[in-house]
Design a protein around this ligand. Structure first.
Ligand code: PMP
Ligand code: GLU
Length: 401
């Protein structure tokens, strides 16, 4: 039945998350009996380690069932401060941390807290799908920095400088990067920080949710670079590294004025994050990290496997991800090709073709700001990956001029 009421312009002007949208289609097709292999959503296939689940159970029996302070339980914020000190060499106090309902929530709080209508926000592209929508939601303008697969989708300092204008308020980037898997090294981040010394009005959101899935050496936190802590909000969470996507816990560490503004927004709109999940978070951050390292090892093995298999597909130009769990190959070789009456005009068409022909779900590069590429998540079993790559090769080989 048609809706007689009009939706708000705000919601009408935004499009559904492409990652969650594709995951929804894959789920739906599976429930209809199709043998879909989903390489769409970025979600570890592992269950949360048992010690973390036990801590949640214990917390629920010990009375952690009331409204926590909006900033987060002191026990958890203390654990986050310890983690930041031990793993990132960053000193924060409890009032410089706010816990939210997932890193996504931390990000929108942080954007709403500082960005005005008419401001410009720089996003190195490919960027994660939710960033531009968050920016547009507050009436600001996205300024993407285009990159190429040849430089592993990383812009140069000169590219950053070209994107800066007097209206620039904020830069948002993820490291390791979703969707490219690229990792920003300390030297590269230092060069960006040097540039930013010239522009003291610009703030930074450094999204480090894939910190623990980095195959290229030590993670470098942008806030750790001299001069940057005062204007950087570091966003992180438990979803990826600890296989805790469903627990919905993210956090932000930043200057107290920024955290206080997030507290104000969060207090009015959603309140504190789930108390039991926060206590599980204490266990996750402070106790043994062995399972985390094990999961990373498995992701790395899968990466090598997929690299080898996808490398055998003609026309698929592979990037070299050093972190996260995604490949972001360039696929424009297939544009204009066809099979059985289906013509591939763009990356979105290719994803739909792969879904139909190979029963493999992927995500087109457009919503990530890189229309010539598609994203494949390898956060699934080796068996699924082998089968998915086999089917992808057959389907892609069928496309002809
Ligand atoms: N940032 C990036 C780069 C992500 O890929 C994701 C995906 N979940 C998030 C933030 C949001 O994480 P969460 O599930 O904790 O909201
Ligand atoms: N971040 C994951 C992804 O990019 C999960 C989906 C989402 O939260 O958008 O697939």
């Amino acid at each position: 039945m048609a809706n007689a009421f009009e939706l708000s312009k705000t919601v009408s002007n935004i499009t559904e998350s492409a990652t969650l949208g594709m995951a929804k289609i894959a789920r739906q097709l599976k429930s209809e009996g199709k043998d879909i292999i989903s390489l769409s959503i970025g979600e570890p296939d592992f269950d949360t380690p048992k010690n973390i689940c036990d801590a949640a159970h214990k917390a629920s029996l010990e009375g952690y069932t009331h409204y926590p302070p909006v900033l987060g339980l002191p026990e958890f914020r203390k654990a986050i401060c310890e983690k930041l000190k031990n793993e990132n060499n960053l000193n924060y106090n409890l009032n410089e941390i706010i816990v939210s309902t997932g890193a996504k929530h931390s990000l929108i709080n942080a954007v709403m807290a500082v960005v005005n209508k008419g401001d410009e926000v720089i996003l190195p592209a490919p960027y994660w799908v939710s960033y531009p929508t968050m920016v547009e939601y507050v009436g600001a303008t996205v300024v993407p920095i285009k990159t190429t697969i040849e430089n592993n989708y990383k812009p140069s300092v000169a590219d950053f400088e070209k994107a800066i204008t007097p209206k620039t308020k904020l830069i948002i980037f993820s490291n390791p990067t979703n969707p490219s898997g690229s990792v920003w090294k300390e030297e590269e981040l230092k060069q960006i920080a040097d540039l930013l010394e010239k522009y003291p009005q610009i703030l930074i959101i450094s999204d480090e949710i894939y910190e623990h899935i980095n195959y290229s050496g030590n993670h470098c936190s942008f806030a750790g670079i001299p001069g940057m802590k005062e204007r950087t909000a570091t966003v992180n969470g438990l979803a990826k590294g600890y296989a805790m996507t469903g627990w919905r816990i993210g956090y932000l560490a930043g200057p107290e004025w920024w955290v206080k503004a997030c507290e104000k927004i969060q207090g009015l709109f959603t309140s504190a994050a789930n108390s039991v999940a926060q206590m599980a978070g204490v266990e996750a951050l402070l106790n043994s990290q062995d399972e985390i390292a094990e999961m990373k090892g498995i992701f790395e093995k899968r990466k090598q496997l997929v690299q080898e298999k996808l490398g055998m597909i003609e026309g698929l130009k592979l990037n070299n991800p050093e972190g996260a769990f995604y490949f972001f190959p360039q696929v424009d070789y297939f544009f204009g090709k066809k099979y059985n009456g289906t013509v591939i005009h763009n990356a979105g068409d290719l994803c739909m073709y792969l879904l139909k022909e190979a029963e493999v779900a992927t995500v087109g590069g457009d919503p990530f700001g890189s229309p010539k590429s598609i994203r494949l998540s390898y956060a699934t079993s080796e068996e699924n990956l082998i089968e998915a790559c086999r089917r992808l090769k057959i389907a892609l080989d069928k496309l002809i001029d």
